[in-house]
Design a protein around this ligand. Structure first.
Ligand code: FE2
Length: 358
């Protein structure tokens, strides 16, 4: 069921929650760059929203998310997962055995930022196998179709490896959130998950609230005090606020998919990452990956992206703004500042990184 914009009068400014954002995370260096004006983005996304496409784009427009089946082969997906496992065991942590859950402990694993099972340090964002996945023709085609251009920038997102039922780590509670600032009204960003593993109902995976993207502007205008609006692209939603969406027809959906599938969602769609239930024995392995038109980036942003890429650092899912450099300098056993296997610096790759202009 799709949500519709309500025409009933609504109470103004009920939220008094404090806003915590990624920019407050220790070890994270955020440099803001100028945002592209809303009008430029609106013009670009008009074609997407005003037409019927007869494919997954209709799902994205209607529901705020879509699953593209078999965007790359299962064989490649399995290979990327094996590479990810090899990488996880490449820190002289020979006690780690992915067949033996007893060894899935903090001391055997590289530290993960914010305990959301996403590796975004140690140069992993730029490992050759992850660039191979990002540059799968079927992956690039999705975003080319979406934005109507092949001149794209890639995000330097992290790798999620979720070991189910860790004994030394409690299950993270839901953290429904938007990944877009209320100051950005239209479709500015579509996020993606490249799936290297099965993600069934009990496995870790994305949870979305279908239809919330259509209520995004109304929600902030009426339910969040203006002084709580943040230019940073993150806003966590309380249970009470979530109810506001559910009362207007939005639905919670756990998105299931298979190796080789790509899940995409509008950054105005409320979502969070679910941990596996106790019934799961799947090691969820996915690469977050997002592309936006290079024309969305200012010269300053492109210079910043180049700088981040040349240091082999990671960013958030935003390819053209909010350029956040994750810290690589974690002293000790897990310290590493470069990818184990660097990608081939082809013309295409350099343009996707912003290191070379289109
Ligand atoms: Fe998110």
């Amino acid at each position: 069921m799709s949500a519709t914009i309500t025409e009933q009068p609504v109470k103004i400014q009920v939220s008094t929650k404090s806003v915590s954002t990624f920019k407050d995370t220790p070890g994270v260096d955020v440099k803001k760059t100028a945002s592209v004006p809303n009008e430029v983005i609106e013009a670009r996304s008009k074609t997407l929203f005003l037409n019927t496409h007869g494919d997954w784009r209709d799902d994205l427009v209607r529901d705020g998310y879509a699953v593209i089946k078999g965007a790359f082969s299962k064989e490649h997906a399995k290979k990327y997962q094996q590479e990810a496992f090899k990488w996880l065991k490449s820190f002289n942590n020979e006690k780690l055995d992915l067949e033996n859950p007893e060894t899935w402990t903090r001391e055997n694993l590289p530290p993960v930022r914010a305990d959301i099972n996403v590796y975004s340090s140690y140069g992993v964002n730029h490992e050759k196998f992850l660039w191979d996945a990002r540059m799968e023709p079927g992956v690039l085609e999705i975003f080319e179709k979406l934005w109507g251009t092949d001149q794209l920038l890639a995000s330097f997102d992290g790798l999620n490896i979720t070991l189910p039922n860790r004994k030394d780590q409690s299950r993270k509670s839901p953290w429904p959130h938007f990944d877009q600032s209320p100051f950005k009204g239209g479709l500015h960003c579509v996020q993606g998950i490249l799936s290297f593993s099965e993600q069934g109902p009990n496995d870790g995976g994305l949870v979305v609230y279908r239809g919330t993207h259509k209520l995004f502007n109304e929600f902030f205008a009426t339910q969040v005090r203006r002084e709580d609006w943040d230019e940073f692209n993150y806003y966590e939603v309380s249970q009470e606020q979530l109810k506001w969406f559910m009362d207007r027809g939005c639905e919670e959906v756990k998105v299931n998919c298979e190796p080789g599938d790509v899940v995409i969602w509008d950054s105005r769609t409320c979502h969070w990452g679910m941990e596996p239930t106790e019934k799961s024995n799947v090691i969820r392995t996915v690469l977050y990956s997002c592309f936006t038109p290079a024309e969305f980036a200012t010269d300053e942003a492109l210079d910043r992206k180049k700088e981040i890429f040349e240091k082999w650092l990671g960013t958030t899912h935003w390819p053209h703004t909010d350029l956040v450099a994750t810290s690589n300098h974690i002293p000790g056993q897990f310290d590493r500042t470069e990818p184990l296997t660097k990608p081939e610096l082809s013309d295409k790759l350099l343009k996707l990184t912003g290191a070379k202009r289109y």
